[in-house]
Design a protein around this ligand. Sequence first.
Ligand code: ZN
Length: 134
Amino acid sequence: MQFTISTGRHKECIEITEQVRSIVRDSGIERGLCHVMVLHATAAVIVNENDDPNIGVDLLNALDGAVPEHAGWLHDRVDNNAQAHINASIMGPSETVPIEGGDLVLGTWQGLMVVELDGPRASRRVEVTIVPIA
Ligand code: ZN
């Protein structure tokens, strides 16, 4: 099952927990694993706190410090977005969340998020794969 989101900034964290949760509930699967993958090379999927939006800002600032933009990266000669590719690789394109009782198992403050690293983009595709466990 696939859904799309649009992003409004060059870099931002966008919560997708409710979109994924509704796919899990509609599947009717009571117990299993839910794999969530963004289908782009300059975005990532993470699980992090969804209460304070400054955490997403802090994350992006920390990554900017660790991987400076336009620091002589070879890929910048192609389309000038090497930092986005590097940070997407560091965080990874996917997360796997347990399903119990027909719902995602997440901590109180945890949410699933797409991290946009080279936006804004009209359409970012997210693939959700549910694996039932007997
Ligand atoms: Zn590129």
